[in-house]
Design a protein around this ligand. Structure first.
Ligand SMILES: Nc1nc2c(ncn2[C@@H]2O[C@H](COP(=O)(O)OP(=O)(O)OP(=O)(O)O)[C@@H](O)[C@H]2O)c(=O)[nH]1
Ligand SMILES: [Mg+2]
Length: 259
């Protein structure tokens, strides 16, 4: 038995919307890289037939499962549904993995090893030593690094790649972070989850990854997603900083009363 076996069964959740050109290659690579893991494709009724293709892949391989959702509700909602399914079905580890080829299935064993070594959440990271991005325009690097810096500044969290979406969690971590309260949809979903994980006292370890820009299909990233992340992060930051301030004032008054 390896240290990773002790983690329990692994479920890799892949949200999809119009990923028919990518889904088969990504599931093939995942099956080779982590043969014991199960894969859950959470498809939002993609008009390009990704859901039907996923059904065909599942019919040929019982490690592949499909969740058909009624329509496009954002990747956050698809992940939440996938997490609940995985927790209800006894998986010990739940992984977030995009379909578009940006996350490398060959790097997943290193994330799982970080969990086996004691992390509660292993976060694939482009912006730690050893991490990188391939074929990204300067504008995307700026948005990603800027978003992480903004998040670190407001929330005071020691995470270099706050918006990264290639993450592995122990089941107990997800059970301990009030998933029912998560309302974020886009990039912000990643920030929301790592922020909750840290706030609840869980250990987050960043694992360097190579992030490759998608070759096929269209990005669902939009101005709205960036604006949602900016507004929500700033509001959480203000709430957090006010809490620090009022906590400090209360402590100071308490000290004075005692003296
Ligand atoms: N089920 C579901 N999946 C989605 C939705 N939006 C995006 N996805 C999937 O989530 C993953 C990430 O989406 P991308 O479009 O690649 O967005 P991104 O990675 O933030 O942006 P890029 O870096 O430009 O690719 C992909 O597998 C998408 O198919 C959605 O509304 N529903
Ligand atoms: Mg992508």
């Amino acid at each position: 038995m390896t240290s990773q076996d002790a983690l329990g069964r692994v479920l890799v959740i892949i949200p999809t919307y119009n990923e028919s050109q990518n889904i088969e290659s990504i599931t093939n690579r995942l099956r080779r890289s982590v043969p014991d893991a199960d894969i859950l494709i959470a498809d939002d009724n993609s008009p390009d037939g990704t859901g039907d293709l996923a059904d065909r892949l599942a019919a040929e391989d019982n490690h592949i499962k499909v969740m058909h959702r009624k329509g496009k509700e954002g990747l956050g909602a698809a992940y939440l549904a996938g997490f609940h399914w995985g927790l209800d079905n006894g998986y010990g580890v739940l992984v977030q993995h995009d379909a578009d080829g940006s996350h490398q299935p060959e790097e997943l064993p290193r994330l799982l090893q970080a969990l086996a070594d004691g992390a509660d959440m292993a976060k694939g990271s482009r912006w730690v030593k050893g991490g990188s991005v391939v074929n990204w325009p300067k504008s995307r690097v700026f948005i990603s690094k800027g978003g992480s810096l903004w998040t670190r500044m407001w929330l005071g969290i020691p995470v270099k790649d706050a918006t990264g979406g290639f993450n592995a969690y122990k089941a107990d971590t997800l059970r301990g972070i009030s998933l029912d309260e998560v309302a974020s949809a886009g990039y912000c979903f990643q920030i929301d989850l790592v922020w909750r994980t840290l706030k609840n006292g869980f250990k987050v370890v960043e694992v360097p990854i190579e992030f490759v820009e998608r070759e096929f299909g269209d990005s669902k990233m939009s101005k709205n997603i960036v604006v949602e992340a900016l507004i929500r992060t700033t509001l959480w930051g203000i709430e957090y900083r006010l809490g620090q301030l009022t906590g400090g004032v209360r402590r100071a008054i308490g000290h004075k009363k005692k003296a």
